[in-house]
Design a protein around this ligand. Sequence first.
Ligand SMILES: NC(=O)c1ccc[n+]([C@@H]2O[C@H](COP(=O)([O-])OP(=O)(O)OC[C@H]3O[C@@H](n4cnc5c(N)ncnc54)[C@H](OP(=O)(O)O)[C@@H]3O)[C@@H](O)[C@H]2O)c1
Length: 320
Amino acid sequence: MTVTIAKDERVVLITGCSAGGIGHHLALELAAHGCRVFAGVRTLSKAQTLVDNPRIKAVELDITDDASVDAAVAYVLAATGGRIDMLVNNAGIHCVGPTVELPLSQVQQVFNTNFIGMARLCRAVAPVMMDCRQGTIVNVGSASGYVATPWVGIYAATKAAVHAYSDSLRVELAPFGVNVVVVAAGCVKSNIVDNYSEPLLDDNNTRYTMARPAIEEKFGLSQVEGVTPTSQLAHVVVPKILRCSPPAYITYGTLSKSTWCVYFMPPVIRDYLLSRRYGTHQLAKDLQSPSPSSPATNSVIVWAALVAAALGTTYALFML
Ligand SMILES: NC(=O)c1ccc[n+]([C@@H]2O[C@H](COP(=O)([O-])OP(=O)(O)OC[C@H]3O[C@@H](n4cnc5c(N)ncnc54)[C@H](OP(=O)(O)O)[C@@H]3O)[C@@H](O)[C@H]2O)c1
């Protein structure tokens, strides 16, 4: 399949465009701004509502798979006569739970998707842009990349890595006329929570049972009533990323600006605020008032018995 592309039309490849997510709405908004959009999805049926748009073509794309990425990029280049003017690395997954208790397999999976997957796409597409001396790479980061709150340490680490990678890439690609933009999204309506099926705690092996309500609250936080609608985010972001000189960061979405401000606080104040907001302060109190059968109480009983035995022995010896 080849498509005829006007000189002023931009060719965009975007990942993670399943219906209802941020990528889906970015694809629609980019098409509305006259771009020719190749919308990457793992399952083509999830792009059903996009393909009615004559400016959008769905492409099968799993960002954790070298062959899939190579095939998708080759497909777009063949269809457009060798052009990709914009790459939007949007695909990503969530990760929630006590940082030290999450299985390493899950840690690897989320890094493999959110960070390595993004880097894989950049490696495949940046050389095309560098040779053309123009292009824009947009990496969807997160406000969590600014401030890592409790219970999402691993997810935040992947997004901080996306930010750091992008900062380096921006300076390295600038001589070739290629822009790099980070979209640090706040809470935005999408399927990110519905798509998450991992347990929040390993019930048989956790020290955080008492923190379960706080973890559950944090899990659902990005999708509570009134968070930024996905179409609104796309409406704000797209005109900015289409500029000849786009901003390095676009921070947008519920709580994103306040999170950015928290980033500049001294760690001691930041930790104080986060411990109260995300339940670890209460957990500390709960842990200090243990139940009668707890090991701490048991050790008090043992010590009391030892002291009583010592006093009794001393008294007995004294009386002899
Ligand atoms: N929503 C928020 O509040 C929020 C805030 C900050 C940042 N973000 C970031 O925004 C981006 C989009 O997330 P979203 O909120 O729109 O969530 P979403 O509705 O769950 O969309 C995520 C998209 O990524 C795709 N994806 C996941 N793994 C993939 C893989 N291995 N290869 C290709 N595609 C894959 C999903 O495909 P399937 O449908 O096949 O699973 C889906 O299309 C993510 O990078 C996320 O971290 C979201």
